[in-house]
Design a binder for this molecule. Structure first.
Ligand code: NAD
Length: 275
């Protein structure tokens, strides 16, 4: 991670995905970083194509390849918004190459998380369910509200995303649920109610409920509702463009590079907005 006088060399994995293309555009627009390689899965129809063109830009001379190993060896950071199995593999490679590994992939199970944290002994991992300043600020507000309000203020989290999203609740909804649970001093895994159907009985006191809506091209809407007796507080974030997440991810990579110490970090470390 030594020489920081040159721009940081970043690899975008999942380069032809919705976020991958947005990341390539963000890297091309932001100072202090340069695109080093663009990686896709074996068999992707985008292999061999110019990654700038794939991202809707002018050609940049960097073809999409499936050779992550070669790319990682001479890079300084990797931007990873792919899928859980791929992210776990990239984490091992990033640890070997001592890179900054920015992870936006959601839907990781507990054993996957343990592997990421093990990899973070050698790499600088920055992971977040959401890379926007607004959502991380919202999480800080949610934590504060959950801490201040009594247990009879019921907490429900409603999210909506585009029709192609594959996991639910969203990583951001879980991040907000975690903030609420921390504010209340409880464990989210004990308090979370992730679906309701049929004769569910009355709401359990202290539950943190989730509802996931899917449809159209919605980038990401999240509302945290605190429902009291006779009144309600709603805290809301609307993401209008996924470029927001891509720019946040590039900022996280630059923060990790400057920070320079291996470990597991989140966006609240990068933005300094933890409650
Ligand atoms: P997508 O399906 O459009 O893109 C994923 C890409 O990863 C695809 O092009 C796929 O081919 C590629 N991929 C899968 N396995 C791979 C492998 N082994 N090697 C290389 N490439 C591989 O999905 P998307 O909408 O771009 O979202 C990607 C992930 O990012 C999801 O988990 C989503 O929830 C998450 N996301 C996170 C944030 C955030 O701020 N944290 C924001 C948006 C999306």
């Amino acid at each position: 991670m030594a020489d920081q006088t040159e721009p940081m060399r970043l690899v975008v994995v999942g380069a032809a995905g919705r976020m991958g293309k947005s990341l390539i555009r963000a890297v091309s627009e932001m100072p202090g970083v340069v695109l080093h390689a663009a990686i896709e899965r074996e068999g992707s129809p985008f292999l061999g194509q110019d990654s700038g063109v794939v991202a809707g830009l002018m050609p940049n001379g960097i073809p999409v390849t499936a050779d992550a190993l070669t790319a990682f060896v001479s890079a300084q950071g990797v931007l990873d918004f792919t899928a859980p199995a791929a992210t776990v593999e990239f984490a091992a490679l990033a640890a070997q190459a001592r890179l900054v590994h920015v992870i936006g992939t959601t839907g990781l199970a507990e054993p996957d998380m343990a592997k990421l944290k093990a990899a973070a002994r050698h790499s600088i991992v920055v992971q977040s369910g959401n890379f926007s300043l607004g959502v991380n600020m919202l999480a800080a507000l949610v934590k504060q509200a959950a801490k201040s309000l009594q247990i009879d203020w019921d907490i429900e989290i409603v999210e909506m995303h585009h029709r192609m999203k594959v996991d639910a609740p969203s990583g951001t909804a879980l991040l907000l649920g975690e903030a609420a649970a921390q504010g209340r001093g409880v464990s989210l895994s004990n308090a979370a109610v992730k679906s309701r159907e049929g004769h569910t009985g009355a709401r359990a006191e202290g539950a943190i409920g989730f509802q996931a809506l899917r449809g159209g091209s919605v980038v990401g809407d999240h509302t945290v509702i605190f429902a009291g007796n006779g009144e309600r507080i709603e805290l809301r974030h609307i993401a209008e463009d996924r470029g927001l997440f891509a720019q946040g991810a590039v900022k996280a990579a630059l923060w990790g590079w400057k920070h320079g110490r291996s470990g597991y970090y989140t966006m609240s470390d990068v933005l300094g907005v933890g409650a």
